[in-house]
Design a protein around this ligand. Structure first.
Ligand SMILES: NC(=O)c1ccc[n+]([C@@H]2O[C@H](COP(=O)([O-])OP(=O)(O)OC[C@H]3O[C@@H](n4cnc5c(N)ncnc54)[C@H](OP(=O)(O)O)[C@@H]3O)[C@@H](O)[C@H]2O)c1
Length: 264
């Protein structure tokens, strides 16, 4: 009588990983994006420079039934970014390897810092710091994402911009220069890697975000806002999720998001 080999036990496929860089307060955009991808079934690697903040975000995702871990990384430090991507994609990365279940399929760059002062008062150190966080950090994260995702012919890279990505205004020279630079990195990358299957999108946040940063900096102004005239973090995060879900025959390269009453 013929014997049948035992049927190989089928292991459940690990869900894809979302890497979110630039996460801080729970009531911040980075945390909201991490929560949205976790709710969509991704494992999330929550990355930022403050260990306690990112651990809290990962923990609250886990408590809600999602999968998340945290990883401390300064986006302006090339070594940190390489180590972060090694963790997300495996080390050493094998660009020729076919994509596996459980690989990262989305990378979000959300880190930011702002400088608000007249041009004459902007120090070289502060101008450079704003550029390092908003632009160089975005370049380092985008470059690693391209190195790891493009050879696999799939994936999404999302970069957070601001009104200043499109126009310079009084008191925002450093921030506008840095955010405009990030936008150009995103455009260049989209044109280079889109035809290889990598979806790169830049999101212009054109208004104040109803989050920790604004409430800490200007509590009275933030509290006095009419309903929905600051951007809701979960509403922005939903847009990031929807961009990631787009069919490649209809990709967004740039999306602007603003509250209903914002003038533009
Ligand atoms: N807030 C607004 O009204 C507004 C408006 C338009 C656009 N944006 C943009 O939206 C994004 C999110 O802003 P948000 O205010 O909601 O803040 P958020 O998502 O809470 O925070 C962004 C996080 O980036 C982190 N970060 C700063 N430098 C970093 C670095 N070198 N490496 C790694 N992480 C770093 C900060 O960490 P720490 O918390 O540890 O400092 C901060 O928490 C930013 O790109 C910002 O420019 C914000």
């Amino acid at each position: 009588m013929a014997t049948h080999p035992a049927k190989a036990k089928e292991l459940p496929m690990p869900p894809p990983l979302a890497l979110v860089v630039g996460v801080g307060a729970e009531r911040g955009l980075g945390a909201a994006v991490a929560r949205r991808f976790a709710a969509g079934g991704h494992r999330v690697l929550v990355a930022g420079r403050t260990a306690a903040k990112i651990a809290a975000v990962a923990q609250s995702i886990a408590q809600s039934g999602g999968m998340a871990e945290s990883h401390v990384a300064d986006a302006t430090d090339e070594g940190d970014v390489l180590r972060l991507f090694d963790r997300a994609f495996g080390n050493p990365p094998d660009p020729s390897a076919p994509s596996r279940d459980g690989d990262a399929d989305v990378v979000v760059f959300n880190a930011g810092t702002i400088q608000r002062s007249g041009l004459r008062d902007v120090s070289v150190a502060r101008f450079e710091e704003v550029w390092r966080v908003c632009c160089l950090g975005g370049f380092l994260v985008a470059r690693e994402a391209a190195r790891r995702l493009a050879p696999r012919g799939r994936g999404t890279v999302l970069l957070t911009g601001a009104s200043a990505s499109l126009r310079g205004k009084e008191n925002f020279a450093a921030f506008a220069a840095a955010k405009a630079g990030l936008r150009m990195v995103a455009q260049s990358m989209a044109r280079e890697f889109g035809p290889q299957g990598l979806h790169v999108a830049h999101v212009v946040i054109d208004g104040g975000i109803d989050g920790e940063r604004l409430h800490a900096a200007r509590p009275q102004a933030a509290g006095a806002h009419e309903a929905d005239t600051l951007l809701d973090i979960d509403a922005i995060a939903e847009a990031y999720w929807q961009i990631h879900r787009q069919h490649r025959s209809a990709w967004t390269q740039e999306m602007d998001l603003r509250p209903w009453k914002e003038s533009f």
